[in-house]
Design a protein around this ligand. Structure first.
Ligand SMILES: [Zn+2]
Length: 95
C-alpha cells in the first residue's frame, strides 16, 4: 500500500487587482503594466528606441513573468513595446 499523496502543485498566485496583464511573446511571458503619464516623475530610457521617456508621458513597464525582479523591469514607449519583435538585432528594415 502506498501512502503516497498526490502533491498538489502550488496554486498560481491570484492575479493582482491592478491593471497588469500577461502577454505571451516568442521569448516568453511578460507582465505588462500601463503607466499613466501622471504617475511618472522621472525620466526613463526606452530599450526599444533608446530614447528617453520624459516625466508625464504615458508608457508601460514590462518584466518577465518568470523572473519578476525589479532589475528586470523595463520602461517602454507603448509603440516600441508592440514593435519590439520586429526590431530584431541584425535584421535591417528597409528604407
Ligand atoms: Zn521607445
Amino acid at each position: 500500500m502506498s501512502p503516497r499523496r498526490t502533491r498538489r502543485p502550488p496554486e498560481p498566485a491570484p492575479r493582482p487587482p491592478g491593471p497588469e496583464r500577461l502577454e505571451s511573446w516568442p521569448d516568453g511571458e511578460w507582465v505588462i503594466r500601463p503607466v499613466p503619464g501622471a504617475a511618472t516623475a522621472k525620466t526613463y530610457r526606452c530599450p526599444g528606441c533608446d530614447q528617453e521617456i520624459p516625466p508625464g508621458m504615458p508608457h508601460l513597464v514590462a518584466w518577465p513573468s518568470l523572473d519578476p525582479g525589479p532589475a528586470e523591469r523595463r520602461h517602454w514607449h507603448r509603440p516600441c513595446w508592440q514593435r519590439r519583435m520586429q526590431r530584431r538585432p541584425g535584421r535591417r528594415v528597409g528604407r
